[in-house]
Write a protein that binds this ligand. Structure first.
Ligand code: AP5
Length: 214
């Protein structure tokens, strides 16, 4: 199965991608996580991506597609859930070209719908576990009692000015992908509000593979 989770920052892509990956035994590829790891290791990709991410801007397409290609090549472009990629029309076109040259099933694109005011609330309360990468929300999805507060970090791009910038960037550069995927009949709209388990059930109901022809 090949899945793309599409939606604004804070829609719950990372939260749901982890659950989908576990339930369907898929590789979870998050370009955001890849860049954060590169920044942590202070490598060339990290140094290039850092200033864009901190300002809430998109990393240039060429670098993003290079990083995505490497990750997809590693798993032979099979059994994946993509979280945060593609996010521009050139990235979607690149992905279609890339997958067109590989064997495998069609792409399920899930459009996670959440209003901007909810996003601001979700992101300003988000915390990540520094070791496991687990995602929590101080108000809506609190960490278990055995998680030490000092192990929880706030992302630099979850500051209010950065959240606002990311939303503008999303509406300008990423939202047009909705049309791109809708026109090709690959987009499934999902209401991403409500308990995490309910959102997961809605996504799962869209992930039905066509019966194979004998
Ligand atoms: P990335 O890490 O992909 O960030 P994002 O897309 O902005 O999305 P987020 O991680 O902020 O949110 P999410 O949708 O995963 O929500 P989450 O599950 O955490 O990218 C970061 C940066 O890297 C980008 O800004 C860009 O600079 C760069 N980048 C990455 N990919 C790129 C690309 N392809 N092209 C160019 N640049 C790229 O949930 C959010 C909060 O809500 C959490 O606190 C969670 O606990 C809570 N929550 C989740 N679901 C629910 C629910 N149902 N109810 C209540 N709370 C919930």
């Amino acid at each position: 199965m090949r899945v793309v989770l599409f939606g604004p920052p804070g829609a719950g892509k990372g939260t749901q991608a982890k659950k989908i990956a576990a339930a369907y035994k898929l590789n979870h590829l998050s370009t955001g996580d890849m860049f954060r790891s590169a920044i942590k290791h202070d490598n060339e990709v990290g140094r290039e991506a850092k200033s864009y991410i901190e300002k809430g801007r998109l990393v240039p397409d060429t670098l993003v597609c290079e990083v995505a290609r490497e990750a997809l090549d590693e798993i032979e472009a099979e059994q994946f859930v993509l979280d945060g990629f593609p996010r521009t029309i050139p990235q979607s076109e690149w992905l279609d070209d890339y997958l067109g040259s590989k064997r495998g099933g069609s792409l399920h694109v899930v459009n996670m719908i959440v209003d901007d005011d909810i996003i601001v609330r979700r992101l300003s309360q988000r915390r990540m576990h520094r070791e496991t990468g687990a995602i929590y929300n101080l108000a809506l999805n609190p960490p278990p009692a055995d998680v030490r507060p000092e192990d929880l970090i706030q992302r630099v791009d979850d500051r209010p000015e950065s959240i606002r910038r990311r939303l503008v960037v999303y509406h300008e550069q990423t939202a047009p992908l909705e049309d791109y995927y809708r026109k090709s009949g690959r987009l499934a709209d999902v209401d991403a509000l409500g308990p995490i388990e309910d959102v997961f059930a809605r996504i799962a109901s869209t992930l039905v593979e066509p019966a194979s022809v004998q």
